[in-house]
Design a protein around this ligand. Structure first.
Ligand code: GAP
Length: 469
């Protein structure tokens, strides 16, 4: 079972420290969220899995981290200044401002149970609303001294195409990967972390010879669809592909396909997009465009100092590569993983337990070490030593907890998705009440999903846990 409503997830995230509303003690700040102690672990795990799959495990990828603040010319020639907008309408009755194509996500300011358009409100004609945030730059107030906060990480990779190519001696096809913040002044930020104004992105720009773009496009879609299923644990039934109609493509795209996930309450909506950006971006950011033989229509660039081309040695010519772009939202990835993992299980004794059935690699905490008797110093000391031993392995998060009874501690760990609980008891110390010593230096390890427990030697614990992560 997955979550049945977004409310279940919002409530769990707040209660257990995954995600909090931004600036909450000042009444909140719309479209922003803060990731708490468990949320930051989940987010880091998702980013790490993506980086490993897309950078480390391939031979044709490089990673970068580029600046959020960029020259404003970047956004002029990328087309964002003119095109990165949503259609906005104003309601003449309630004075609300809404995204025309997302009325179903919005609420009328006068009637909180109605969507705009379901009330008596009259709307203005739709007009474009540019979603880039502007910020002042430099110490002297000057209307010309501003920069945009980047709405996508992609342009940082395009403007560095030559730098990466020259410093790595890559041959086509190869790609650049980046993770980082993007900022969008969404007209209607809604649905928890699904649509926010400050978002985390994981993007790839994959450069290919023109003519090899369509095959590469399909390969990336298949590869990432499998990644969401195999590594993030999303169910195939809750994923589908959506082909953007030609007339609705972004200004840079020849073809775009989205992977949609079936979020509770929202239904199927975008998780990741795959655009064939052709030679649009590299061409747009180049000088001497008329000499490049571009296929995309671009704006004449008077500011760039570079030609973003590739020398095609076999044919002794300079070409502008085509680009395939897989672009995913980290926040939406976390939301999908949370919704998929959520389960309410009725136990034999009639109680219901909430359990997050994360893939172990995604779980914020991998192991919780729990003393059976928290008033026995020798058991507490042994449990703390085992926690430290696990933590010393360096690459997993282990915690020690003695703040409640063992049953309650298990429930708490189930609710945050911890795959393993280790219990330290009298037998661990060789002090079992019947006087036996054969269980000395062993612990019980409990599996989150089956709730089955087995007894294993402490010396095998780390290998046992690592093998299952
Ligand atoms: N460079 C291409 C690009 O930015 P996009 O489809 O606009 O493409 C990529 O964004 C991904 O970022 C989306 O598939 C979605 O997962 C996520 N995303 C976009 N806008 C978002 C928002 N306001 N809040 C949360 N995630 C968002």
């Amino acid at each position: 079972m997955a979550a049945q409503s977004l409310e279940q997830i919002v409530s769990l995230c707040k209660r257990r420290g995954f995600i909090f509303p931004g600036s909450e003690i000042y009444g909140g700040f719309q479209g922003t969220y803060d990731y708490g102690p468990l949320g930051v672990e989940l987010k880091n795990n998702l980013r790490r899995l993506w980086w490993k799959h897309n950078v480390y495990e391939r031979d044709d990828m490089e990673g970068v981290e580029t600046a959020i603040l960029m020259s404003r010319w970047v956004w002029k020639y990328s087309g964002h200044e003119a095109e990165f907008s949503d259609p906005m309408v104003d309601c003449k009755t309630c004075k609300g401002r809404f995204r025309e194509d997302k009325m179903a996500d919005a609420v009328c300011l006068k009637h909180s149970k109605l969507h705009p358009g379901e009330c008596e409100g009259e709307f203005t004609e739709p007009r474009p609303f540019n979603m880039m945030f502007k910020t002042a730059v430099g110490p002297v107030p000057d209307p010309e001294s501003f920069a945009y906060l980047r709405p996508e990480t992609a342009q940082g990779m395009f403007v560095n195409f030559k730098n990466v190519l020259d410093s790595t001696n890559r041959k086509l096809p190869f790609g650049i990967a980046q993770q980082g913040k993007g900022f969008r002044n969404e007209i209607t930020p809604r649905n928890f972390i699904f649509r926010v104004r400050e978002l985390d992105m994981m993007e790839i720009e994959y450069f290919v010879m023109p003519g090899e773009d369509e095959t590469a496009h399909d390969e990336w879609i298949t590869d990432h669809l499998n990644w969401w299923i195999d590594e993030v644990g999303l169910s195939r039934d809750r994923l589908k592909l959506y082909e953007h109609p030609k007339e609705k493509l972004s200004h840079y795209s020849k073809r775009t396909v989205d992977i949609l996930y079936e979020f509770p309450t929202l239904g199927f909506d975008e998780l990741e997009g795959f655009a064939n950006r052709t030679d649009f971006d590299l061409g747009s950011h180049s000088r001497d465009q008329d000499k490049l033989g571009l296929t995309a229509k671009v704006m004449k660039n008077d500011h760039s100092t570079e030609r973003l081309t590739y020398f095609d040695q076999p044919n002794n010519r300079h070409i502008v590569p085509y680009v395939i772009e897989p672009a995913a939202g980290v926040d939406r990835g976390c939301l999908a993983a949370l919704c998929e993992a959520y389960d309410e299980e009725v136990l034999e004794n009639g109680e219901t337990r909430i359990v997050l059935r994360f893939k172990p690699a995604l779980a914020p905490i991998k192991v919780a070490v729990l003393p059976l008797a928290r008033n026995k110093p020798e058991i507490v000391a042994a449990a703390k030593a085992i926690k430290n031993m696990l933590q010393a392995s360096g690459d997993l998060r282990a915690v020690y907890d003695d703040s409640a009874s063992i049953g309650r501690l298990y429930r708490r760990q189930d609710e945050v998705g911890t795959p393993f609980c280790v219990t330290v008891d009298y037998d661990t110390l060789g002090q079992s009440r019947d006087g036996g010593t054969e269980l000395k230096d062993t612990v019980t390890i409990r599996d989150r999903d089956s709730m089955k427990q087995e007894r294993i030697p402490i010396s095998e614990l780390l290998a046992y846990v690592k093998a299952r992560i």
